[in-house]
Ligand binder design. Structure first.
Ligand code: C2E
Ligand code: CA
Ligand code: CA
Length: 512
């Protein structure tokens, strides 16, 4: 945040004020002396004249000093208000929060009673703000603040410490029950959709917690620690929270390295696509391939997507990377069997860019792929951010003949009632359900329900992460039409197979 400046109290202004008021009072004094004493002044002893002038100078100087200090006082009030309170929300700004944390820390040191510092951040707020415009962005922050305040007791200290980031100082004795329950409730409330002037906006939040005295007393270090916990929570999925742990420093260091390296890696051509087959349950044939990005670093070897996709999303690198993935997959489709489609993962950040449909259309045209052979995998959270706009984009994609699959279904909102408004062709049941279905009967029931509802909506279902025969049998029984997982083939680069066909490497191996 730039330092606040009071334009009417610049140093030059103060200098001129002091000089002119001093000089003015002196001339006025001399004139007054002459007016009162008239010609008598000529007969006065020089000591008397000197004393009177000295007294007038002192008066002038004190008036000048007063005006100077009044200016300083006013300026410092101005600066205090500018830097201590956030204009948009009226909440305390970061410097004031640092002061409050210091106060809480010294109280903790005296009483030994713990206080929690809770850092709440709206995921990808910058991108949301760019996409919806600043007016809507401001309205969102105000609505978010109102909800945050309403969810907390009145005397709990809350501040806005970043664009979409808030800090809460929560004394232990005010935590009614478990901290875990309190944060779960807070996250749940803050993630309910926000009606804005132009549309309904959904956001995801991540939360990090540091505790005094356990994590120290230094306010700046405490803020860094609660933020480290927050970064960790964010990496583990939507609406997560985490408490600070000393090991988190290493994770942050790695993220920093990834951030500094991504651009070079992209320019150097470190990225490649691997393809994983999707099998039709009924015919047993491969019907499509999911493209999955791989980063092979010349020194550090393979870096998995979970370690760099979220960094790319935060830094904006996802735009060029995502475009490259789409173009490469559409080009590779020419090498894949003609009856197969290629499925491409689309990040929510890519989906929100203004001209997403235009970029897709351009790539389809340039690569000459039949749009019917292209499937885009989108998560529910990407669609829920701005529902009206998402519905419009999906309609346009469907109109172009491109198919859309809802990825990771079951991990986000999982609300088919919302999804009814969207035009999509496939639901992809998340791996977490598949991996639990053998041991947990409720997962099986959830899968059957999803398949039933998909049928009612007229869309197909695909299950991901199928690793065992038993899972495949259960999925078949549930009515799931397409499956994907290590049981059928791991993601692999394209190589030339026996029949002269280009297929993912592991299938080529199976052909021998
Ligand atoms: P996803 O879209 O859910 O992709 C499926 C992930 O599960 C892949 O991990 C895949 O290798 C893995 N997988 C497939 N079958 C099995 C199985 O039977 N068992 C287990 N345990 N895992 C299986 P991967 O390639 O590490 O990708 C992770 C995530 O990174 C993807 O999850 C996707 O969200 C993201 N991602 C990958 N490539 C791209 C991309 O090109 N663009 C974007 N935006 N995201 C990508
Ligand atoms: Ca996927
Ligand atoms: Ca998934």
């Amino acid at each position: 945040m730039p330092a606040a400046r009071n334009p009417s109290r610049s140093p030059l202004f103060r200098l001129i004020t002091i000089a002119s008021s001093g000089l003015g009072s002196f001339i006025l004094g001399l004139w007054g002396l002459k007016f009162l004493l008239g010609n008598q002044i000529a007969g006065m002893p020089s000591e008397t004249i000197g004393a009177v002038i000295a007294a007038l100078c002192a008066l002038a100087a004190s008036l000048a000093a007063m005006s100077f200090f009044a200016g300083v006082d006013e300026s410092s009030d101005y600066v205090f208000n500018e830097t201590h309170f956030d204009k948009l929300t009226g909440l305390m700004a970061r410097p004031a929060m640092v002061g409050k944390i210091a106060e809480a820390a010294s109280a903790t040191a005296r009483t030994g009673k713990p206080v929690f510092l809770i850092d709440v951040d709206i995921d990808r707020f910058k991108q949301i703000n760019d996409a919806i415009g600043y007016c809507n962005g401001d309205a969102l922050i105000r609505a978010f603040t109102a909800r945050l305040k309403a969810a907390l007791p009145n005397d709990v200290v809350v501040g806005r410490i970043g664009a979409g980031e808030f800090a809460i100082l929560y004394p232990d004795h005010q935590v009614d029950g478990h901290l875990e329950a309190l944060i779960d409730r807070l996250v749940n409330e803050l993630m309910q959709p926000y009606p804005l002037p132009s549309h309904v906006q959904s956001v995801n939040v991540s939360v990090g917690v540091a505790a005094m005295p356990k994590d120290g007393y230094d306010p700046v270090a405490l803020l860094r620690r609660s933020n480290l916990a927050l970064q960790n929570a964010r990496a583990s999925g939507i609406g997560s929270w985490a408490a600070f742990h000393p090991d988190m420093g290493k994770v942050a260091e790695h993220r920093q390295w990834v951030e500094s390296e991504l651009h070079v890696a992209f320019e150097r051509g470190d990225f490649a696509l691997h393809y994983q087959p999707q099998h039709d349950m009924l015919s047993g044939n491969v019907v499509g391939y999911e493209a999955l990005i791989r980063w092979r670093h010349p020194e550090r070897g393979m870096i998995p997507p979970v370690e760099f996709i979220s960094v790319a999303e935060e830094t904006g690198m996802i735009a060029p990377i995502g475009e490259w993935v789409l173009r490469k997959a559409c080009t590779d489709a020419r090498l894949l069997p003609e009856e197969c489609f290629v499925a491409v993962n689309i990040s929510p950040v890519q989906f929100m860019t203004r001209d997403f449909v235009g970029i897709v259309a351009k790539i389809v045209e340039e690569t000459g792929i039949d749009p019917k052979r292209l499937e885009l995998e989108l998560t529910e959270s990407a669609m829920m951010q701005d529902r009206d706009r998402a519905a419009e984009i999906l309609k346009q994609l469907t109109g172009m003949g491109i198919s859309v699959a809802v990825d990771d279904f079951g991990t986000g909102y999982s609300n088919l009632a919302y999804l009814i408004d969207f035009s999509f062709q496939k639901l992809k049941i998340d791996r977490s359900f598949v991996s639990r279905m053998e041991t947990d009967t409720s997962s099986g029931a959830v899968i059957s329900t999803i398949v039933g509802l998909s049928r009612a909506l007229g869309v197909r279902t695909i299950a991901e992460g199928v690793e065992t025969e038993n899972q495949a049998t259960l999925l078949r029984a549930a009515g799931c039409q397409v499956v994907q997982g290590y049981l059928f083939g791991r993601p692999a680069p394209l190589v030339l197979g026996d029949a002269g066909l280009v297929v993912p490497a592991d299938r080529a191996a199976n052909m021998h």
